[in-house]
Write a protein that binds this ligand. Structure first.
Ligand SMILES: [Zn+2]
Ligand SMILES: [Zn+2]
Length: 173
C-alpha cells in the first residue's frame, strides 16, 4: 500500500480495522496483504498486540472533540511511529517515499503508514473529516472523503435508516 497525497487508502484501512479489529495474527496478516501491504515475514501475536494497541490509540484521534486535541494526539502517534522520509524502490510499483525505518515488522509498518496517512488526510481535506456515525446504535468510525465534507454517517445504510426514523417521528407528533 503506497501513500497517495491524501492518505486515503491507509485511512480507509485503519477505519476498517477500528470497526472490526482482527482477532488473530493470521487475520491481521491476511487483511494487511489484501489492503496492499507487503507481508514478507511471519506475523506474530506480538504484531497483533502492537496493532491493536495502535488502533485503540488511533481511535482516540477519531474521538477528539477539538482540532487542537486531534492534532496533539496524532502528533504523539507520528512521533512514535514515523521516521524521516526516504526514497525506496523495494517493491514493484517504482520509487516512492517511506516515512519509516526499514526492517520494521508488520505492525510497525501499519503504525507508520496509518499515522502519516491520517495526517495527510486531515491536513489535505480538513481536520474535521474523522468521526463517529450519527446513528445511535451504530457509532462506527468513518473518514469523510466526500467533496462537500459534511458526512455524518458511516454508510448510506445508516443515513437512510436515520432519515426514515426522523420522518416517522415527525409524523407521530
Ligand atoms: Zn514501500
Ligand atoms: Zn453507521
Amino acid at each position: 500500500m503506497h501513500l497517495n497525497p491524501y492518505g486515503e487508502d491507509p485511512v480507509r484501512f485503519v477505519i476498517e480495522l477500528t470497526n472490526t479489529p482482527p482477532i488473530s495474527a493470521d487475520e491481521l496478516a491476511r487483511r494487511c496483504a489484501e489492503a496492499g501491504m507487503v507481508v514478507d515475514r511471519t506475523v506474530t501475536d506480538a504484531d497483533l498486540a502492537e496493532a491493536l494497541d495502535f488502533i485503540s490509540r488511533w481511535t482516540e484521534v477519531v474521538d477528539a472533540t477539538t482540532d487542537e486535541h486531534r492534532a496533539a494526539l496524532l502528533n504523539v502517534l507520528l512521533a512514535d511511529a514515523s521516521a524521516h522520509p526516504r526514497l525506496t524502490d523495494h517493491a514493484e510499483g517504482g520509487w516512492h517515499i517511506h516515512y519509516r525505518d526499514d526492517d520494521l515488522g508488520l505492525a510497525g509498518v501499519l503504525r507508520a503508514v496509518a499515522s502519516v496517512g491520517t495526517a495527510l488526510h486531515l491536513s489535505g481535506r480538513g481536520m474535521h473529516r474523522l468521526g463517529r456515525c450519527a446513528l445511535v446504535e451504530c457509532g462506527s468510525a468513518y473518514a469523510d472523503f466526500s467533496r462537500a465534507g459534511r458526512q455524518r454517517y458511516c454508510s448510506h445504510t445508516c443515513a437512510n435508516r436515520d432519515a426514515v426514523r426522523r420522518h416517522r417521528a415527525r409524523r407521530a407528533c
